[in-house]
Write a protein that binds this ligand. Sequence first.
Ligand SMILES: [Mn+2]
Length: 338
Amino acid sequence: MTYPDADKIKSIISDAKKIVVIQADNPDGDSLGSALALEHILADLNKEPFLYCAVDMPTYLRYLSGWDRVSPELPKEFDASIIVDASTMTLFEHLNDASRKKLAGKPCIILDHHEIVENLVPFAGVSINDHKRASTGELIYLLAKQLKWPLSQAAGEFICASILGDTQGLTNQLASAETYRVMAELINNGLNRPKLEELRREYSKMPPEIFRYKAELIKRTELAIDGKLAYVSVPQAEINQYSPLYNPAPLVQGDMLQTAGVEVAIVFKVYDDGKITGAIRCNSNAPVAASLAEYIGGGGHAFASGFKVTDGRGLSDVKKDCLFKLTELLAKSESSND
Ligand SMILES: [Mn+2]
């Protein structure tokens, strides 16, 4: 498999010295793993990589050494940028006009794998959005092979971390034969996967107060649409108290989806300024996450997506919209399963 736009990327990189690698406002194992892998690849190409993300790296990602090199400020000067794991401006709320202008003034490359994307980054010079890849890290691996970029042991570890992050340890629907092939090649080249997994688990451990909070969220979880939807909402006070320690959505969504009959799990976050966000996760029999998020105001994958509402709709309206659309989507996906 080859990317036709790879040569354009090659020439942007070869003309540049200082290159900013950019993560969106929702950093995760894939975006950070991809950014760190690129950092190593670019350094090995004698470039000066610089890592940017407006949002602090969550604690659970801090097992990836180099996370603390990610800066919340763009460098004063740079020659090109690479956005990883995002193609939509919606996820770059923290970039002010001056920063946007700065990025638009230099060649910008996008490496992403998100299916449904709206509000596309307007200044992207070259964009590879490969929906078939389980993670952006997987894409970077294939691109690096195609361009004969150096893939050090460290770069390989970060690519592995990005793949394990987005595939939940190679278990979800995103993991394809190609994903396993990439992992096999990485292991062949000396990657210590069990060690990486051990580290990941260590850093994903929850503090005791989060363990208690999890019980609270489970207690508050409501079921709807004949038990096919599980949802809970998290108010601002809890976001303030618990989010810095652990992201509330993944805390309960796995258990929601492991409850008999549940097909879709939504965690709403309700902010004091009126903003409402939703994290949607689905089981394999209900690939409706992207369509639901798109209807409410967002996007993502068939089994994992998110939305953001800032138009003044309250939680009860957003819930109502979700229930309405989800009822329709689930009926459709059931009839196509028959
Ligand atoms: Mn990703």
